[in-house]
Write a protein that binds this ligand. Sequence first.
Ligand code: ASP
Length: 311
Amino acid sequence: MTQAFSLAIHGGAGTLVKGQMTAEKESAYKKALELALDSGYTLLKEGATAVDAVEKAVSILEDSPLFNAGKGSVFTAEGSHEMDAAIMNGKTLDAGAVSLIQGIKNPIALARDVMEKSDHIFLAGEGAMKFAESLHYSVEDASYFYDEFRYRQWQEIKGTDSFQLDHSSKKDSKFGTVGAVACDQHGNLAAATSTGGMTNKRFGRVGDSPMIGVGNYANNKTCAVSCTGSGEFFIKAVVAYDVSCLMEYKGLSLIEATSEVIHKRLLDIGGDGGLIAVDTDGNIAMPFNTEGMYRGSNSSLGKKIISIYGD
Ligand code: ASP
């Protein structure tokens, strides 16, 4: 039997509450998801590595202002954009992550460079920016990342002590951390995740997304996972690695392990969100405990899916 290959992507858990979603907006989200999915999947079909496919899909989502990553990232309390990203290769367990970076169009590319061109795994803030400079990344000014909707979100809570998840169900917010997971034609796995974090965040707040084993993880023994949701809770639950452990140590299937973590363990501690995951047989799981999760998947095993709400 030939090796199955699969790709899954997400554009954030939460989503606009059903009543606030217009047909126009829904179609714009779906189009953006489809472009990212098709671009990554075409690479897999042509025999590219899982790492190439997830980087491609995530960078396309970063380029869309609809999602809270790259262009369209949320505003910090100071009115800037601080972005986090991570990528991991399930074959080698090599990983790269950056956090609190500013002005970089595609944070996921920088995370990959950390993985492949440095002796380290995680670079943050000024140091990460110096690393980017050493590789001649161009630094965009704030206007590149500006999005009217994000700006209004920030204005509502600017000057207060509160910070807001981009997918708070109480607000008419759109969500938007992005991620991709893939199993390639050689059965190798990879995961990539990128985010602007939370609106009005302060004090160098970092969420789960760039943390290896929390918001992003890949291991050929088990699965590749990319998360989205209330980062603080995902950190407490060490979500991505927990899915992998349930598969490795307890023999759970991908569907069982992801469902246990999202619908039980995370819920038990009050965390909301979801994840996408693939295993080395090309199986895909995309559970979430919020009203929706922008998501898409395609696989040599079955059909292409682009979806927002629960099915
Ligand atoms: N998990 C991200 C964070 O806490 C937010 C999100 O998924 O939208 O930074």
